[in-house]
Design a protein around this ligand. Structure first.
Ligand code: PLP
Length: 354
């Protein structure tokens, strides 16, 4: 730390992204990326003519993307905003909507929530998941705080239903309820249409997981038009050209190739089922996941050791030191062969412990 760093950031604990190692031959199942490349339409859209326009600023409104999203989701354009990854939209939201300086979210969820609460000077109210690592929705009713729920939840993969989201919305009429739907396409119910009914609902989605575009950095926010105006106010006070030209093109092309999107998501959810079945046969316990990852543990091996043993076999997964999930590892659902290789490695690791 230099002696120049502002006092207010001295104790900030930054987010730790999953490793992005360069070496080939590694099976990378640690950051919930999509195993499939972007739609061929994306490659076509980013052509040399478009590259030749990089001397020009992008459209600050990302109008082409907002129009495409409006058509696709059936939500009016003034209820949508695009961000440089959903992380940026989360940041804008934490700046804009903390309630009396308070933001409530589950004790086990996306690590960035706590970091954003810290950097934007809010108090993080970490509400414990129940003993089966699920969200207990009653804990969020009348919370007197901005509420942030990832649905499905990050790290656990479990989801709540729309009736439960509605309960939170109704009991927190004067707070923004942010539903982070990074993983929603892998089997959970989206709250998107509820934005037409509740003016305190803010739904954020990403192109990083189900839309094969983690490297493109695109996210979308959906909410009542007044909330979207507020978010734009923050954006135009911070970074008006938040999406670059190529990412806007990529995102539009992704929306326009719905068949490819559905096919990739279908393959991932099929693989999830086969993978979980295989791991259960080996005696693993898997939390019921509606995301593109599963949290698994086994009585015979600690989470840290399983992580290390897999790593020795060139398979990279994610282990969290958080006490409540330290027994588990989080495994991204990748291609079918990679998952079979992991199951085989797990069999071998366990056999050596008998
Ligand atoms: C991956 C993830 C994000 C970040 O998405 P980007 O669009 O890549 O910034 C946000 N929220 C959750 C819960 C995630 O898992």
């Amino acid at each position: 730390m230099s002696r120049f760093l502002s006092e207010r950031y001295r104790s900030l604990e930054p987010y730790t992204p999953g490793e992005q190692p360069k070496c080939d031959g590694l099976i990378k199942l640690n950051t919930n990326e999509n195993p499939f490349p972007p739609s061929p339409g994306v490659t076509d859209a980013i052509n040399s003519a478009e590259l030749g326009k990089l001397n020009l600023y992008p459209d600050p409104e990302a109008k082409d993307l907002i129009e495409a999203a409006s058509r696709y989701y059936g939500v009016p354009e003034n209820m949508i905003m695009a961000g440089n990854g959903s992380d940026e939209l989360l940041a804008f939201s934490f700046m804009a909507f903390q309630k009396n300086g308070r933001i409530a979210f589950p004790d086990i969820s996306y690590g960035f929530y706590e970091v954003y609460a810290g950097i934007f000077g809010a108090t993080a109210l970490k509400i414990p998941l129940d003993d089966s690592l699920k969200v207990n929705i009653d804990d969020y009713c009348g919370a007197e705080a901005m509420i942030v729920l990832a649905n499905p939840n990050a790290q656990t993969g479990t989801a709540v239903g729309l009736d439960e989201i509605e309960k939170v919305l109704k009991t927190n009429e004067n707070s923004v309820v942010l539903v982070d739907e990074a993983y929603v396409n892998f089997g959970a119910e989206s709250s998107l249409q509820l934005t037409q009914k509740y003016d305190n609902l803010l739904v954020i989605q990403t192109f990083s997981k189900a839309r094969n575009l983690a490297g493109g950095r695109v996210g979308l926010a959906f909410a009542d038009s007044e909330i979207i105006k507020d978010l734009n106010k923050i954006k135009y006070s911070f970074n008006p050209y938040n999406l670059n030209r190529l990412s806007i093109l990529a995102a539009v092309a992704s929306i326009n190739d719905d068949e490819y999107f559905k096919s990739c998501v279908g393959q991932i959810t099929d693989t999830r089922k086969i993978f979980v079945g295989g791991m259960e046969e080996l005696g693993f316990f898997a939390l019921p996941s509606l995301a593109n990852f599963v949290l698994v543990r086994h009585d015979k091996i600690s989470g840290a050791e399983f992580y290390r043993e897999l790593r020795e076999r060139n398979i990279l997964v994610r282990h969290f030191n958080d006490r409540r999930i330290a027994d588990y590892v989080r495994i991204t659902i990748g291609g079918r062969e990679d998952m079979a290789a992991l199951t085989e490695a797990a069999r071998e690791i366990l056999a050596r412990r008998d």
